[in-house]
Every structure is written in structure tokens, then in C-alpha cells.
Design a binder for this molecule. Structure first.
Ligand SMILES: Cc1ncc(COP(=O)(O)O)c(C=O)c1O
Length: 402
């Protein structure tokens, strides 16, 4: 019997698995571990969203299979969001698909549009589905920088010249996971022009659209005139409304890509549970103060983390957006590498983080800190970090006070 399965062969052991297993063991032994590892929001959706879920679930007619591409009211609500937030017009019938979380949409789009041997440009480091969605289909990944800086287009140009066959897809996602890099509209304009010139599809992951900390709201690539000619964009209810377990996201934009995704999905699923879709409509069309409150919550945690970790001897750059800080390993411990550093931090400081190497080779030297514990717990984590760093010979500024 052949057990060397083509797709499984393409999936290396999960880098986070070792640290996750250690965390589970420590907790089972009664340790209090502060978990800054996974980007799993700790909050709950607003009461009116939960109310709508319950109300519709009480309707005996709401329990059958739903529509694979999402109920019309929800596709309209998502089009409404794009109009009011980005000034982008979308046709709910041809330019919007509801997905079972954006991760499912990203994976199934990869399946829909790539063949074994295709070359896909994706950031390194990146959220794993940006690369593995395509690797599973047998495509080859060519890494591009995660930072939307001056190097980005140079490396893109280089990749186009030296890849055989020519890349067919470019994946981007800002605000980024894990780096928290942000992009502006001028960057997206260049991406769209580049994609048109080189006949590339663009997949934009906008999961952190509403978690930004500066004055300027996060832009969408679809704001660029002609953006829809080349780009599809994914958004998610998971972080914006703290609905991660509900599995609710969207793909919008280019009709050809939307059609391909909807076609694959029509073979694979019957759509999300109708009460969840109805509750998502309530979220998108209802009061948006919950979104602003969520943003303020992450911003306050970010400030506490940067300040308290800094005083503990670990300089964590302040992220401008997303729910993550992307922190270089303190120089004195950089030789450990991100996995070993994360393990030591867990056993000695009782703080779980995600090792950067899990997001790609360029993530080595960093760890990702998720803002998913409250301010008091973040300060507690900083105290653990301080003890850990001083015990390992790192100079803590200002002596012993934290
Ligand atoms: C960049 C990015 N895209 C997509 C997702 C997946 O979100 P969803 O819950 O909508 O599948 C995540 C989740 O952490 C993410 O960080």
C-alpha cells in the first residue's frame, strides 16, 4: 500500500507543534502559562450578534443546508461594508463570496487556480496558508519580502525574470501576520500596475482591516482604480468582531477569481450554518462601536506590552496594526534560534510565544507576540520575561525595578 501521499509529503512537521505540546504539558501540570502564542481573540462578539444567532437558530426552517456562496443578505451586507469603509462598489452576486473563515477561502482559491508546477510569489515570513495553500496543490513558492519597502518591487521584478514558468499569482497581506507591517494606497497602486504588466493575479489578505492604531485607516487594494481587474481580497469576521470560532469570512473583487472560488466551493460545502450568516449580517449592518472598542483594546495592550517588556530588557518594536508584535530575540540570546528561545521562555518565564521560524525561513531570529491576554496578564508576562532575561545574562535597563 502506498502511504507516501502526494499532498501530505508537501507538509513539513508543524513548527509550532513542539512549543504547543510543551504548553499543554505545563498547563496539565498546573502551571499558569501566559499565552501570547496563538492569534486567537480572547473576547466575545457583541450581545446583539449573539442574540441574532439565537433568534434565527430558534427558527425550525433555519437548519437545512445553506447556500455555498453565502446567503444574499450577507453578500449584500459585505458589499455595504466595502462601500462605506473603502468607497468600493461590489456586485453582491458576482463579486462577493462568503467563506468558512478566510483561511478556508484562501486554501480553496489556491486549489481552484493553481496546477502542480505553477510558481506563486508569497511573502516570507507569512501566515502559513499563504504558502501552504499553494504548496498542497503542488505549486512552487518563490519568496518575496514581507516588508512593502523599496526592496519589494526589485525582488518582484527579479522573480519574474528568473522564474520558469513565470509566476501566475502574487500573495500579499497587510496589516501582516506575523510582522504587523502595513501598506498604503501608493503601494497598492504599484502592485496593481505591476500585476497588470506581468499578468499576475493578486490575492490580498485583509484579515486585520479594522485593527490599526494610527490615524489613517487600513486601505484596501480594491480602492485602486482597476484593482478589480487583477485582485481578489479576503476579509474576516474573526478579529474585527471577535468571532474566530464562528468561521466566517469573505472573498471579494475580481469576478473570474470569485467565480473560480465559488465553483470549487460548490463541490465542497453547503455554506455556513444559516443562523451564523444571519448573525454576521447583524454584525456588519449593526452598530460599529464594537469595532472601535476592539481596536482601542488591542492598542492599549500593545502599549502595555511595548512599555513593560522594554522595562524588562526586551525591546519590542511597537506594531502599527494587527494583533501582533514581531519581536527580535534579545541579541544576547539570538544564538538560541526562535524555537529554542520560545521553549526556554515557556519553561523559564511561563510565557508562550510563536517562534518566527514557523512563518518561514526569514522569520528566524524573531518571535511573534499576540495581544490576546489582558493588560494585567501582559504585565505578569513582563515580570517573567525580566527574571528569565536577567538569569540568562541580559542587561535589564534601570537595574531591578520593572
Ligand atoms: C493574516 C491572516 N489571514 C487569515 C486568517 C484566518 O482567519 P479566519 O479566521 O477568517 O479563517 C488569519 C488568522 O489568524 C490571519 O492572521
Amino acid at each position: 500500500m502506498n502511504d507516501d501521499f502526494y499532498r501530505i509529503r508537501r507538509l513539513p512537521p508543524y513548527v509550532f507543534a513542539e512549543v504547543n505540546a510543551m504548553k499543554a504539558r505545563a498547563r496539565a501540570e498546573g502551571e499558569d502559562i501566559i499565552d501570547l502564542g496563538m492569534g486567537n481573540p480572547d473576547g466575545a462578539p457583541a450581545p446583539h450578534i449573539i442574540e441574532k444567532l439565537c433568534e434565527v437558530a430558534r427558527d425550525p426552517g433555519a437548519h437545512g443546508y445553506s447556500a455555498s456562496k453565502g446567503i444574499k443578505g450577507l453578500r449584500k451586507a459585505q458589499a455595504g461594508y466595502y462601500q462605506r469603509r473603502f468607497g468600493v462598489d461590489l456586485d453582491p452576486d458576482t463579486e462577493v463570496v462568503v467563506t468558512l473563515g478566510s483561511k478556508e477561502g484562501l486554501a480553496n482559491l489556491a486549489q481552484a487556480i493553481t496546477a502542480p508546477g505553477d510558481v506563486v510569489l508569497a511573502p516570507n515570513p507569512s501566515y502559513p496558508i499563504h504558502t501552504f495553500g499553494f504548496i498542497i496543490t503542488g505549486a512552487a513558492i518563490r519568496s518575496i519580502p514581507a516588508a512593502p519597502g523599496p526592496d519589494f518591487f526589485k525582488r518582484l521584478e527579479y522573480a519574474m525574470v528568473y522564474s520558469v514558468p513565470k509566476p501566475s499569482v502574487l500573495v500579499i497581506g497587510y496589516p501582516s501576520n506575523p510582522t504587523a507591517y502595513v501598506a498604503d494606497l501608493a503601494f497598492y497602486r504599484e502592485v496593481v500596475a505591476f500585476a497588470k504588466e506581468h499578468k499576475l493575479w493578486v490575492i490580498s489578505d485583509l484579515a486585520y482591516a479594522e485593527i490599526y492604531f494610527g490615524e489613517e485607516p487600513t486601505p484596501s487594494i480594491l480602492q485602486v482604480p482597476g484593482g478589480k481587474d487583477v485582485a481578489i481580497e479576503f476579509t474576516s469576521m474573526s478579529k474585527t468582531y471577535s468571532m474566530a470560532g464562528w468561521r466566517m469570512g469573505f472573498a471579494v473583487g475580481n469576478r473570474t477569481l470569485i467565480d473560480a472560488l465559488a465553483r470549487v466551493k460548490s463541490y465542497l460545502d453547503y455554506g455556513a450554518f444559516t443562523p451564523i450568516q444571519a448573525a454576521a449580517v447583524a454584525a456588519l449592518n449593526g452598530p460599529q462601536d464594537v469595532v472601535a472598542e476592539n481596536r482601542a483594546l488591542y492598542k492599549a495592550r500593545r502599549d502595555v506590552m511595548v512599555e513593560s517588556f522594554g522595562r524588562a530588557g526586551w525591546d519590542v518594536p511597537s506594531p502599527e496594526a494587527s494583533m501582533f508584535a514581531w519581536a527580535p530575540i534579545p541579541p544576547a540570546l539570538a544564538h538560541l534560534g526562535s524555537v529554542e528561545f520560545a521553549k526556554r521562555l515557556l519553561s523559564e518565564a511561563k510565557v508562550a510565544v510563536a517562534p518566527g521560524a514557523g512563518f518561514g525561513s526569514e522569520g528566524e531570529g524573531f518571535v511573534r507576540l499576540a495581544l490576546v491576554e489582558n493588560e494585567q496578564r501582559i504585565r505578569q508576562a513582563a515580570r517573567g520575561v525580566k527574571k528569565f532575561l536577567s538569569a540568562n545574562g541580559v542587561n535589564v535597563p534601570g537595574g531591578q525595578k520593572e
